[in-house]
Design a protein around this ligand. Structure first.
Ligand code: PXL
Length: 279
């Protein structure tokens, strides 16, 4: 069985980070090991959330895993709580990334032009250095501009602006940046990526649903990781993640009982398995 390590927080309520990565990647038929970076009562879009920092556990967990000789097909990181955690994640890359290990970084820290509570521009810049150690980085538009220290162009940034951001990320050493949550020039909603090794842009969009929710970036990155580790090409895995995430958003939009803090990713897992060719 393939094995992924995912390093991000546990938000007890909020359907994001590990509570999304675990079920989605496990459903894809992959053993999902976790390193919880913090435990929060809810994600940070609620007010009054509790936050138990687990930084001090991260190095002992790594050292034990090294002793046991664990290896991973992919290491996938999401929300990280501090500069020190970014440095520790780099040591996980050094300790566990062998020949075939794919390093996937979702620099989860901003949306709609705003950094999440608790982050500042120094953290965003440091996140660029982690993305520079990844094989694939999956920022949204807000995260891309904060990493670059640029002005926020709005959620409907043009394809040309998005491509310029991708090139600038590549200049900072990010091998294969993919900006998600992009409105393409034909009005569809999806991603634009830049394969710096081939000097080639890639993109894909699905019909836009007029609904925005938290946690979609985490659903996307988890579904991408599951597809890639199942042997799909980078492009096919990005497309599968886009189709699945769009279905999750559509499902939520149509649900009269929807919650306002996350998407119904659970109800579309059968569709995800269909996209993976497993059922
Ligand atoms: O979905 C990204 C995310 C992950 N983890 C925590 C968050 C958020 C977004 O708000 O607050 C704790």
């Amino acid at each position: 069985m393939k094995r992924v390590a995912s390093i991000q927080d546990i938000s007890c309520i909020g359907k994001c980070s590990l509570t999304v990565a675990l079920p989605i990647i496990s459903a894809a038929g992959i053993e999902t090991s976790i390193v919880p970076t913090a435990v929060l009562s809810t994600h940070t879009q609620f007010s009054g959330f509790t936050f138990r920092d687990l930084t001090d556990d991260m190095e002992p967990i790594r050292d034990h895993w090294v002793k046991e000789g664990f290896k991973f097909d992919a290491i996938y990181t999401g929300y990280l709580g501090s500069l020190r955690q970014i440095e520790i994640v780099k040591s996980y890359f050094k300790s566990f990334a062998g020949e075939g290990t794919v390093k996937i970084v979702d620099p989860a820290m901003a949306d709609n032009g705003n950094l999440y509570v608790g982050f500042d521009s120094a953290f965003a810049k440091e996140m660029t250095s982690l993305c520079a150690e990844s094989d694939i980085a999956l920022p949204n538009i807000s995260e891309a501009v904060f990493m670059l220290g640029e002005d926020y162009p709005g959620e409907d940034a043009s394809e040309n602006i998005t491509k310029e951001l991708l090139k600038k990320l590549a200049e900072k050493g990010v091998r294969f940046p993919v900006i998600t949550g992009v409105t393409l020039s034909d009005g569809t909603f999806g991603f634009i990526g830049f394969d710096s090794a081939k000097n080639e842009f890639i993109s894909y969009g699905t019909e836009k649903v007029p609904y925005k929710s938290h946690g979609t970036g985490d659903v996307y990155a988890s579904a991408f990781t599951g597809a890639l580790v199942n042997g799909k090409s980078i492009y096919d895995a990005l497309v599968i993640a886009a189709d699945y995430t769009a279905a999750c958003i559509r499902n939520t939009y149509n649900d009269p009982d929807k919650v306002n803090y996350a998407v119904n990713f659970e109800l579309e897992l059968p569709y995800y398995l269909k996209l993976l060719g497993k059922i």
